[in-house]
Ligand binder design. Structure first.
Ligand code: CA
Ligand code: CA
Ligand code: CA
Ligand code: CA
Length: 444
């Protein structure tokens, strides 16, 4: 089998075997990790496979790393890789932590002021995953993220452009989107408020508050928001809940109309719809659905029109669903794949009929990415696991596992680092023993 041959031919120096010991995956600290790593669904791509694989590793902090982001920070036409992690080490009883943002260019030294370190925040909250977008249209991307109660916007050269402090805590990856079509992007960032109400803040590119900001939700915690352009309207979906021990939770749908957000509907959905929602026409009827996961644990699909559950949904799974489910369709057949905290991947058809389940590592708690690894025009699923990265076919079998040592990996990002380069897999990992955070660039 082609894939097996490739697997046999793959080798990398210094690789260790997957540890047989499985730490208590759901320890509180790890639960925070899981809770905080919200990620984007990736669109499909194609890699050219050449043996052997090579891997580059860059130290970027300690204890925690988010799924990296990519963007052209200096306007030279090639992308840089951006990672947010915890910056400060632990010393004695110190609990204040900084965030650190590191920028990597694989070909040359990065110019500018990177890495940057944020102000200390009390408690061990890590920074959010970074959003990289050209806010002001000068062809140089800005880096946007939250740490503690502060939202930061850095220019591509690492100079602080602006920052804002709020009452709540930023824990979900912000969004950047041109809401009003003026060619400059707005920022949408949810902030959580324990025993209060989560708020969704909106700012213009230059840091001035957007009219109608913030939008208040009823629950404490908000998921990373998802945006969808529907004709001339922009839809915003966000899940919200009151933590892991309380049953309340809602999915909200807002539409951007006449310069402001209007609530279309709010739907009670399980306990804490924590995975970032996904817009997709799951059943090919031309009407959009919203797909997501909850802490309950379940996977839901509802109509974007009114929030009504789609026939056959929700479906129960064996553990909380922090990772956005992925919807794959070949035009006729649709597969909805979700990953739960018990380490099981589950695939259903659009009506919720079970297609397959597959047990992988329980620590794989981040994004699912699609990549056509072997060029057969059917994508494979890529996911970060404890120890490396795993590729799974849409039929539910593991075709490849890259072992990278005793690290807890984030989800993967597919990046063409230069115009002619093949696709690289970019992801973060935290060492299980030393707690060092690293950025990995794997050329498969
Ligand atoms: Ca660049
Ligand atoms: Ca810019
Ligand atoms: Ca705008
Ligand atoms: Ca539909």
């Amino acid at each position: 089998m082609k894939t097996m041959r490739r697997r046999a031919g793959w080798w990398m120096g210094g690789t260790r075997h997957l540890p047989s010991r499985r730490r208590e995956a759901a320890s509180l600290a790890r639960a925070w990790w899981i809770f905080l790593v919200f990620t984007l669904m990736m669109s499909g791509g194609r890699a050219s496979l050449a043996d052997p694989a090579s891997v580059l590793e860059f130290p970027v902090g300690h204890f925690f790393i988010n799924r990296p982001a990519v963007g052209d920070l200096d306007g030279d036409g090639t992308p840089e890789v951006i990672a947010t992690a915890i910056g400060a080490g632990r010393s004695g009883l110190e609990v204040a932590m900084t965030g650190i943002v590191t920028v990597i260019d694989v070909d040359r030294a990065v110019s500018g002021h990177w890495p940057v370190v944020t102000e200390s925040q009390v408690g061990s909250l890590p920074p959010t995953a970074p959003t990289v977008a050209d806010l002001d249209g000068d062809a140089r991307a800005e880096v946007i993220f939250g740490h503690g109660s502060i939202l930061y916007v850095f220019r591509g050269d690492g100079q602080l452009r602006w920052q804002h402090q709020v009452d709540g805590v930023f824990q979900a990856k912000p969004l950047a989107c041109d809401l009003d079509g003026d060619g400059r992007m707005e920022i949408i960032a949810p902030a959580d408020e324990f025993l209060g109400r989560a708020k969704i803040y909106l700012w213009r590119w230059n840091g001035t508050p957007y009219p109608g900001s913030p939008i208040e939700l009823e629950e404490f915690f908000a998921s990373s928001p998802a945006m969808y352009h529907h004709g001339h309207r922009i839809l915003l979906a966000v899940g919200a809940g009151n933590g892991f021990t309380r049953p309340e939770g809602s999915l909200y749908l807002f539409a951007f109309e006449q310069g402001g957000w209007r609530l279309q509907w709010q739907r009670r959905i399980g306990a804490h719809p924590i995975a970032r929602p996904v817009f997709a026409d799951v059943n090919h009827d031309g009407a959009i659905e919203i797909v997501g996961g909850t802490y309950t644990p379940s996977v839901y699909i509802v109509s974007a029109q009114d929030g009504a559950p789609a026939p056959g949904w929700p479906q129960s799974v064996g553990g909380p669903v922090f990772t956005s489910p992925i919807v794959v369709s070949d035009g006729e057949r649709t597969l909805v794949v979700a990953f739960a905290l018990d380490g099981v991947l589950t695939a259903w058809d659009q009506r919720g009929l079970l297609r397959w389940t597959l047990a992988v590592e329980p620590s794989a708690i981040d994004a699912l990415t699609l990549l056509d690894l072997n060029g057969d025009d059917r994508p494979e699923l890529l996911l970060g696991t404890q120890g490396g990265v795993t590729a799974v076919t849409l039929d539910g079998s593991i075709v490849k596992h890259w072992e990278l040592g005793d690290y807890w990996m984030t989800g993967t990002l597919l990046v063409r680092l230069t115009e002619r380069a093949p696709v690289s897999l970019v992801f973060g990992g935290v060492n299980n023993i030393t707690e060092e955070a690293k950025l990995f660039i794997l050329n498969p």
